[in-house]
Design a protein around this ligand. Structure first.
Ligand code: HEC
Length: 372
C-alpha cells in the first residue's frame, strides 16, 4: 500500500548537521535515518543544503533534536519506506529515528513503534487547472498515469472506462502529464505537489483523494527498544506543532496536518467515486476477528496512549472498561471512536490508517480483556 523504492545501493555516510551549542555538545547526537535523494523529504545534494532546503523530514528531525536539546546527525541510506532498508538502519541501531513512517499495523509490526501521527499523506489526482476532477468517475475516457504497484494502479485496473498508463515514479508521471501524453496523473501526492511547484510553475491542480488505502497518517518511528526516546519525542511534538506546520507549507506538499492536532485546518479533500468510500459501520456478529493480530496492532499503535495490553491508570482512556461503560453499545461506540476519532480530546481518527479487519481484530482482542 505504500510507495516503496527499489534499493539501488546502500551508500552510507553520516554527517553532523548544524553547529551544536555548548550545552548540546555534551548530549549525544540524535541520529536521523534519511534517504539522500528523496526531495521534498530529504536530500544531501549540495544544492539542497546550500539553499537551506534539505527536505521536510530533515527539518522536522532538526526541530525534534533541538526540542530535546541534542545535536542531530544524519545516517543516509537510499530507499524510502523500504522495510528492508529500515531493518539494516533503524532496527540495526545505526540511527535512532525515522520521520514519515506510516503508522499502520502492516508496517513492520511490533518492531517499529511510533509517536502520534504528525502528517496526513496520500495519493492525489493531478489535473490541468481548468479541469475539475473531484471524483475518480471524472476520469472516464481519460488516459491516467499511475505508479507501478500503487493503490491507484489497482483501483484503476478494475475500471474498463479509464486507460491507465503505468509509470515508474512521480517524476515520470508528471513528465508525461506535462507533455500531454496523459490527461491526468493519480500519484503520490507530496511528490506531485513538489514537482508541480518546483518544476512546472503550479500548472496543475493536485487534489488529495480521500478513499481507503489512499490516505494515511505518518508518524516518527523508532525501534521498539527505544520506547523511552519515543515517549520523549512524542511529548515534545505538541509544542512543535506550529513549527511542523510551517515546515510542511515551506515544502508545498499537499498534505494536511494530522487530526491529532485538533485545531488544524482540514485538508482539501475530494470525495472519490462512491464505491471506494465505504461508510464505516459497527461489525456484525458474523465478522470474525483475530485477537492475537488485534493485540499486536493495539500494542504497536494504541497502547502508546491507552497503555500496553490496555492497562492504564486513567479511567477515561481505560479500554478495559468499555463493556462496563457501554454494555451492548460497546462495538458501535468503539467503531465510531476509532474511525472518526475524537480530535478535540486527543484521540486521532484511524479510518485512513487501518483496514476494517484491523479494527475488528482490535475489538476482538479488547473483548478478551474487559473488566467484569
Ligand atoms: C494519541 C493518543 C491516542 C492514541 C494513539 C489512541 N487513542 Fe484512543 N483515545 C485517546 C483519548 C485521549 C481518548 C479519550 C477521548 C475522550 O475523552 O472522549 C481516546 C478514546 C478512545 C476510545 C473511546 C473510549 C471511551 O471510553 O469512550 C476508543 C474505543 C479508543 N480510543 C480506541 C483506540 C484505538 C483502538 C487506538 C489504536 C488504533 C487508539 N484509541 C489510539 C487517545 C489515543
Amino acid at each position: 500500500m505504500m510507495k516503496t523504492r527499489v534499493i539501488l545501493c546502500l551508500g552510507l555516510a553520516a554527517a553532523v548537521v548544524g553547529g551544536a551549542t555548548a550545552a548540546q555538545a555534551a548530549a549525544p547526537p540524535l541520529r536521523l535515518c534519511a534517504d539522500p535523494a528523496n526531495l521534498p523529504f530529504s536530500s544531501n545534494a549540495p544544492e539542497a543544503v546550500s539553499k537551506g532546503a534539505p527536505g521536510l523530514y530533515v527539518e522536522i528531525g532538526q526541530a525534534v533534536a533541538e526540542a530535546l536539546g541534542r545535536p542531530m546527525e544524519i545516517f543516509w541510506s537510499l530507499s524510502y519506506f523500504g522495510k528492508r532498508n529500515l531493518r539494516t538502519t533503524l532496527l540495526a541501531g545505526q540511527c535512532d529515528f525515522a520521520v514519515g513512517l506510516p503508522a499502520t499495523s502492516d508496517f513492520m509490526g511490533p518492531r517499529v513503534i511510533f509517536t502520534r501521527p504528525i502528517l496526513k499523506m496520500g495519493y492525489s489526482l493531478v489535473v490541468p487547472k481548468a479541469r475539475t476532477a473531484t471524483r475518480v468517475d471524472d476520469l472516464k475516457g481519460k488516459r491516467v498515469a499511475v505508479q507501478l504497484a500503487s493503490p491507484p494502479q489497482s483501483l484503476l485496473a478494475a475500471r474498463s472506462d479509464v486507460t491507465s498508463v503505468t509509470t515508474l515514479d512521480p517524476e515520470d508521471a508528471m513528465r508525461r502529464l506535462a507533455t500531454g501524453e496523459v490527461d491526468a496523473a493519480f500519484i503520490w501526492g507530496p511528490s506531485a505537489s513538489y514537482i508541480n511547484h518546483s518544476a512546472l510553475h503550479d500548472k496543475f491542480d493536485v487534489i488529495p483523494v480521500d478513499a481507503p488505502q489512499m490516505q494515511w497518517q505518518a508518524a516518527i518511528g523508532f525501534s521498539n527498544k527505544q520506547s523511552a526516546l519515543r515517549d520523549e519525542v512524542d511529548a515534545a511534538l505538541g509544542g512543535l506543532e506550529p513549527r511542523i506546520r510551517a515546515i510542511v507549507s515551506k515544502y508545498r506538499v499537499a498534505m494536511g496536518p494530522s487530526l491529532a492536532f485538533a485545531d488544524a485546518a482540514p485538508i482539501k479533500v475530494a470525495a472519490a467515486a462512491n464505491e471506494v468510500v465505504a461508510a464505516p459501520a459497527a461489525p456484525g456478529a458474523a465478522e470474525k476477528g483475530d485477537p492475537v493480530a488485534g493485540k499486536e496492532v493495539f500494542n504497536g499503535t494504541c497502547g502508546h496512549c491507552h497503555g500496553p495490553d490496555a492497562i492504564v491508570a486513567d479511567r477515561k482512556i481505560n479500554l478495559r472498561r468499555l463493556k462496563l461503560k457501554y454494555g451492548d453499545q460497546m462495538s458501535e461506540t468503539f467503531f465510531t471512536a476509532v474511525t472518526e476519532g475524537r480530535p478535540a480530546k486527543g484521540m486521532p481518527a484511524w479510518k485512513d490508517v487501518f483496514k476494517r479487519q484491523d479494527f475488528v481484530n482490535i475489538l476482538t482482542y479488547l473483548n478478551t480483556v474487559q473488566e467484569k
